[in-house]
Design a protein around this ligand. Structure first.
Ligand code: DON
Length: 313
């Protein structure tokens, strides 16, 4: 369903969000387990809305690049579905986990098949599917190329410092990959698969670029900027369904309750939210909640969804 969205009303709402968020004192805690993320200024806040008519509306630090981290899992999932189709669901489930993003406990019960493609184990499995015997460099290049094409912006890059820091500190991810390998569910060598995963997480994008890249999910699978089909409408619906149920890990229920939009968070403080039929929204504030989701980003989306009457429910 398309929602009506007069540009002046939207811009006034975005400007209001930015001034409300600027006044906030409690801004959450920036992720510090990856050193370059710990250095990001928590006062920053940006928001961008890409409408299905191709227009983009922004406020605050909407053009500042940030580490998209787990938001990248939406793009790698889309790419993997394009490559292997529904066969992907033999390798990874599609149920919410109710656990933290980097939890290892369910993997034992589920014999090395991750619950969903957005928890770390699931995204590592998706990276394994994408790798499929290629060199990690080639697969990383393919993911970057895909995201640039979605956003129609070739200036998007991978931050090598963040990628290196992910590798240096990613002990749990190493454990998850090795654990899946021990069950025989991971095809490629864990080190190669993690090379892909760490680099996709290290993509740096602004809110404007991220909102543009998510546009196909709001527009029935078609990129609003080019008119080209990225995925079939049914696949866009399904990716949105997984974002709604699994996009915020053990905070997914609360996010659906408060905001009511399919979305995906990252520990860099970014959130991509989709209003099917109308808009792709990217918000960024580096401070995180206990569950590792952007504190102000979630508050901002809750405010915007109420003010604009935007919800899938
Ligand atoms: O695997 C990690 O630790 C990170 N590179 C990505 C985690 C992330 O963004 C989780 N989402 N909230």
């Amino acid at each position: 369903m398309a929602h009506s969205c007069p540009p002046e009303r939207l811009q006034a709402a975005l400007d209001d969000v930015v001034s409300r968020m600027a006044a906030r004192v409690r801004r959450g805690k920036v992720a510090d387990y990856i050193p370059p993320l710990a250095e990001v200024d928590p006062q920053q806040f940006g928001i961008a809305v890409a409408l299905n008519d191709g227009s983009v509306h922004v406020a605050g630090d909407a053009d500042a690049p940030f580490s998209i981290q787990s938001v990248s899992k939406v793009f790698s999932l889309t790419l993997a579905l394009g490559q292997v189709g529904d066969g992907l669901w033999k390798r990874v489930g599609r149920e919410p986990s109710g656990n933290a993003f980097n939890s290892i406990v369910q993997l034992e019960h589920e014999k090395g098949i991750p619950r969903n493609p957005f928890i770390n184990a699931g995204a590592i499995m998706v990276a394994d599917v994408l790798l499929a015997g290629h060199k990690p460099r080639e697969t990383i290049g393919e993911i970057l190329h895909f995201v640039r094409a979605l956003a129609q912006d070739d200036s998007i890059t991978i931050d090598p410092l963040v990628a290196r820091a992910e590798k240096a500190t990613g002990f749990r991810n190493v454990a998850l990959a090795n654990y899946m390998k021990s069950f025989g569910t991971l095809d490629n060598e864990p080190e190669m698969v993690l090379g892909v995963y760490f680099h996709q997480c290290a993509m740096a994008m602004s809110c404007r670029q991220l909102a543009q890249a998510g546009g196909f999910l709001a527009n029935g699978g078609r990129n609003p900027l080019t008119g080209f089909s990225v995925v079939a409408p049914e696949r866009a619906r399904r990716i949105n369904a997984i974002m709604l149920t699994c996009g915020h890990y053990d905070g997914s229920g609360d996010f659906a309750f408060r905001v009511g939009l399919p979305s995906k968070s990252g520990v860099g403080g970014g959130i991509l939210a989709i209003l099917p039929g109308t808009a792709s929204i990217a918000v960024w504030s580096p401070g995180l909640s206990e569950q590792g989701n952007s504190l102000l980003g979630t508050d901002a989306l809750e405010f915007l969804s109420r003010r604009m009457g935007w919800s899938v429910f």
